[in-house]
Design a protein around this ligand. Structure first.
Ligand code: HEC
Ligand code: HEC
Length: 269
């Protein structure tokens, strides 16, 4: 929200231009006056509204490129452009990764207070935008929002060949295993496999797993074998079976193979 507007009014008449020097001087001062915020004398004071009136100097902030696994913070200024006390009733975010803090909840007329927002980039990938909702007693803006955006470096960028197989460990597990906990069949495939084999098993980082001829026992057995014990070439494909150090039971793997067979037979939408 724009708080101040700079207006630059100069009264002059062509007859005033007695020399080129004067013309230059006038042009120069006009430029100086209208550029930047130093033009205090000519700037209009902010308009004061009746009652409490919430305003943000800038409701959006972009951190740009940041690392994964760090805490970064930004301070928003909340202003009261009204003529009575602005009360900040609550500040809410939808993600535990975004923590807002305000030391005071009452902002006097003409004053500004800090809203500090800390973003934890752990287990984030790519561009992330979080909304912070600010509830106040401003009758015209009971709820207003500020936004933070960050572009988190991809965790996958510098993985070594050995790292690639650690899908089920540490923070990797959050996306590569835990999302699939308690699921089976199609849902389990979507949680544990789709990121590498495509949403409909059409292939992505890993090869297509459907359609294939799952009626041929060797085809189904091969898919079950590699899913359980991993690829011999081990290009990002570790074994998912418990016995092979993975997170899945034999039954869960069966349910995925069954889903792939149904998908291949056109039985899945
Ligand atoms: C925030 C969720 C998330 C986390 C955390 C995560 N991954 Fe991934 N991973 C994905 C997604 C989604 C893909 C699909 C490809 C892509 O979008 O990069 C993927 C793809 C991969 C691939 C195949 C692509 C390639 O570069 O070969 C490997 C290997 C991989 N992840 C390993 C890991 C490892 C190891 C970790 C832990 C250091 C990890 N991932 C952490 C979501 C995640
Ligand atoms: C991190 C990425 C990644 C994830 C997650 C992943 N795969 Fe793979 N998968 C691959 C890659 C890469 C290959 C190819 C390996 C190779 O070249 O031998 C592969 C190969 C396979 C193969 C062998 C295909 C063939 O033609 O021989 C099967 C079957 C398979 N994956 C099933 C699964 C299933 C089922 C899941 C989920 C439980 C899964 N994969 C999860 C990356 C992944």
């Amino acid at each position: 929200m724009q708080v101040e507007s700079h207006v630059c009014v100069r009264k002059w008449h062509p007859t005033m231009l007695t020399s080129r020097i004067q013309l230059l001087a006038i042009l120069l001062s006009a430029v100086l006056c209208c550029v930047g915020s130093t033009c205090a004398v000519l700037s209009k004071p902010p308009k004061v509204s009746a009652g409490p009136h919430i305003a943000f100097d800038n409701p959006r902030f972009d951190f740009g490129k940041v690392k994964e696994g760090v805490k970064i913070s930004h301070t928003f200024k909340i202003r009261n452009l009204g003529d009575t006390t602005l009360v900040i009733e609550k500040v809410l975010t939808s993600c535990g990764c975004t923590v807002p803090t305000m030391k005071v909840s009452k902002i006097q007329p003409g004053r500004a207070e800090d809203l500090v927002v800390v973003l934890d980039t752990s287990i984030k990938q790519g561009t992330v935008t979080k909304e912070i909702e600010v509830y106040s007693n401003d009758p015209a803006a009971a709820k207003s929002s500020v936004f933070i955006t960050a572009t988190v470096a991809n965790l996958h960028k510098d993985l070594t060949a050995a790292d690639r197989l650690k899908l089920f460990q540490g923070k990797c597990a959050v996306c590569h295993w835990k999302m699939g906990l308690g699921l089976e069949g199609e849902d389990l495939f979507k949680a544990d496999c789709a990121m590498c084999h495509g949403d409909r098993a059409q292939g992505a980082v890993g090869p297509a797993l459907a359609p294939r001829d799952y009626n041929t026992p060797a085809v189904a057995a091969h898919v079950k074998q590699v899913t359980s014990y991993g690829s011999k070439k081990h290009l990002s494909m570790p074994g998912f079976l418990e016995d092979a150090g993975g997170p899945l039971t034999a039954k869960e793997i069966e349910s995925i193979v069954k889903y792939l067979a149904e998908l291949s037979a056109g039985k899945k939408g």
